[in-house]
Design a protein around this ligand. Structure first.
Ligand SMILES: [Zn+2]
Length: 255
């Protein structure tokens, strides 16, 4: 038994490094969402409607798992609704859908404020924040809603903050998903050193200024663009797009 398992792990690692994707990413266990939540998902979340039947089942399972593991808490006058739960879980599970490890080990709590909130970290108002020490993601609901409703403005605070949590996990963990994340992130940074890419960045001003604050913001902004305007992204920066896709192992819908 021990040896068989060991050999399986060896094969799995060999497969992942040769084919640049995991051997499998989902076991055949399917949890369900209550009908009220499933209805919200179907009505509100375009990505879900674009999935195959099999992937829909996986997606629902992952959301149910996510919601059973994380605590979503309202701040100020916010009372957490079914819709808030569904949409937060859906955004998180969409971003991690290509991964086997999809539940964000560095996040236990999601706090929701009605709008921009005061943050003591840098004495300013924020739309979102990831605090790894408290294992918490904080979101302004007003901005979260705008993020997923307006689908082509390249702003999506939910995707942005969950990417921060994923990237920090990739730095600390050694699983296959984290290894893939780190490998393709390095490749993206290498792209940024190329003169032709720098020229293209200057010429197009495609990515918003904030992306260049540091490498973590760059990655978080990249994923926002990846989900919000994949066609433009692919056309303007094909190599960076390809690495972002591989980093997320994202082969769903039309991405
Ligand atoms: Zn950020």
């Amino acid at each position: 038994m021990g040896i068989a398992f060991f050999l399986f792990r060896v094969f799995e690692n060999w497969f992942a490094s040769n084919f640049d994707r995991p051997l499998f990413r989902h076991y055949f266990v399917y949890r369900k969402l209550p009908p009220s939540q499933l209805k919200i998902l179907q009505n509100e979340f375009v990505f879900y409607r674009m999935l195959s039947e099999k992937n829909k089942k996986q997606f629902v399972h992952r959301m149910a798992q996510f919601l059973s593991e994380k605590k979503i808490i309202g701040r100020e006058e916010v009372i957490i609704t079914e819709k808030m739960k569904v949409l937060v879980a859906a955004i998180a599970c969409m971003l991690s859908f290509g991964r086997r490890n999809y539940t964000y080990n560095l996040v236990d709590f999601i706090l929701i404020y009605p709008e921009e909130f005061y943050s003591a970290i840098n004495d300013a108002y924020h739309k979102g924040e990831f605090n790894p020490r408290e294992k918490v993601i904080v979101l302004s609901w007003k901005d979260f809603e705008k993020g997923y409703k307006i689908e082509n403005d390249n702003l999506n605070i939910g995707i942005h903050e969950f990417t921060h949590a994923m990237q920090l996990e990739a730095k600390q963990a050694r699983d296959l998903d984290s290894a893939r994340f780190s490998k393709h992130f390095q490749a993206i940074l290498k792209q940024l050193m190329r003169q032709d890419v720098k020229d293209q960045l200057d010429k197009t001003r495609y990515f918003r200024e904030y992306a260049f604050a540091n490498q973590y913001e760059f990655m978080a902004v990249l994923t926002e663009y990846f989900f919000e305007s994949p066609e433009d992204f692919k056309r303007i920066f094909p190599k960076i797009y390809e690495h972002t896709k591989k980093l997320l192992n994202f082969n769903f819908a039309d991405y």
